[in-house]
Design a binder for this molecule. Sequence first.
Ligand code: ADP
Length: 690
Amino acid sequence: MSNLDSDLFYSSEHFQAFFKESSQSLILKANPPHFKILAASDKYLKLTHKKREELISKNLFEVFPGSNADHEQFSVISSFKRVIDTKQKDELPVFKYEIFVNASGKYETFYWSNINEPIFDKKGNVAYIINTTSNVTAQIRKEQDLAKAKAQISEMEGEQALYEELAATNEEFLVANEELQQTQLILQQLNLELEERVTARTVELQKAQLEAENQRERLQRLFMEAPAGICMLSGPELTFTLINPLYQQFFLNRNLIGKPVLDALPEIKDQPIYDILKNVYLTGKTFEGRELLVPLARNESSSIEDRYFDFIYQAKYAHDGIIDGVMVFVNEVTHQVYTRKKIEEKEKAFGQMLETMVQISWTNDPTGVVNYYNQRWYDFTGLTYEETKEFGWRAAVHPDDLDRTLGRFQSAMQEGKLFEIETRLKHRDGTYRWHLSRAIPLRDEQDAITMWVGTATDIDEIKLLQQHREEFISIASHELKTPLTSLRGSLQILDRVIKKETDIPFIITQMVNSSNTHLKKVINLVNDLLSSTRIEQGQLTLNKTRFVISKMIDSCCDHIRLGGKYNLNMQGDLELEVFADEYKIDQVIVNFVNNAIKYAPESTEIILLITKEGENAKVSVQDFGSGISPEKIPHLFDRFFRAHNSGIQYSGLGLGLYISQQIIEKHGGQIGVESTLGEGSTFWFTIPIQ
Ligand code: ADP
């Protein structure tokens, strides 16, 4: 044999071409237990009903498994081993082997003879085996027929032999029958399994079809209802082949479908957008644009307007991977861009306005963090933005005012209401100046706070004036009090004298009475002034005792009842007792009742209502006068405020309600008024019962 010991050689085209024509043989690589097929002749393929690609590079025993495989393999393997061991040709006895025949579609039994010859490598070892197979089925069948004939002859030769033969045949028949039944059973089972599989497969197929249809529908819906305009431009001309309703809305009655983009929208010809579109078609690179200006006409007949769009251009690929169009996803943002620009302009103007203001000003974000100061702030404080941003402004507030300022600031932020406070701010030279700080919230259309704008106005001089006024009021009222007291004493003596004497002229009596009335008024005014300055100086102290409210009211309002003109109607809990400063609560009620008479003289009915509200006692005084206009109500309790200050009809300093409020607040209670123009007013207060 030859010394051709290379796989490459046997796999080479030349060898394969040559070997194709040879007898029914295989070249196998001897590498037990593997015997890779390197070449197969045409005749071998025909013989075994195989195709070349089914054999080449495969292990022989993988290609030919079978019912008797183990046994047959063993035989063939034994033969191969003998060849390798003995380095001699080896011939296998005839064996039976089933082969799948394509023509009949089933396995058929064949009989084979097999000769194996060695091919050696350089060292003289068996490297390859030539396996030549012959189909000897026909021969064997003939031999079998012959044997049968012979058997028939010998059958006639003896009863015994016949009997034995019959018995053997019968046994074979029984075995065969049993095998047949088993085979039938297996077949039935196989058939059942097959049917099941077919049914399952059909169901799967139907499901898949349904799913595909659903998906198509979903896509269609998505496309039609997408919150963006979508269109498909196809071919090098970029022709509109598909547009969704939203896309059409950008162009109202303009005809797009079926037209190349330049025919449909000629105005884009010289615009950058057209070059971008072409570029996506040519390069396949996706383009994303934000707020891009594209002058376009909305209608066939309307003029071109500046419009802004957010969009994505994405190349579309055909099955062969070549770009055949561009998908466009687009949203018009013209309105948003214009709104934003307007806001930016407004903000700019607002910023300029704040800069030109003489006051210090700033802005806070909705949470109260300062994010801007005007130049006045830096000029005044000498501090930088970094030092005072967010809550850094605390450094500029007088330490004594800081807690009060922070408290007021926090509650204003929480309630979203005006922030207002008088505080001392530190000048860059180290001195403090009084400022009136105010901040108001700005809100959007949904009423949400977008920012706060604050100003601080220098009121140091006003404060100084106020201080001087306080001092003046304090001194003047003190100075007035002494002569007024002696004047009252003199008038009282005069009064007594007049009452004793009988021949006093009437005019004198009248003048003394009138002097008494006017003196009382002046004394009341001076007392109010004194009280208010004391309150301002923090000198309001309480002297609490337990008393029944209705009794207190009875005695304090006696003078009104005695006058006879007014009907004081006391209602409610007449037993209610409180622990409070009786003299000061008396002062509050007298003030309410006097005001009702003074400002609602036409209302002769005055209702005094005493109720218990939880832990508090509530007293209200209701008149049916002309009422108070709503814009004045918030200021009624301010010091020196007078709602009826236009005429000289009503005397007063605007201190009564201010003093009342201070007294009630000192008690830990609340004070207020409800009033309707033309119907009357109800002034009320609450104080804790204990
Ligand atoms: P004064 O009476 O000294 O002016 P007050 O502080 O007692 O000061 O009252 C403040 C203002 O409230 C009054 O000037 C008056 O305009 C208004 N006012 C008070 N009570 C009534 C009332 N019952 N009806 C209408 N207006 C009233």
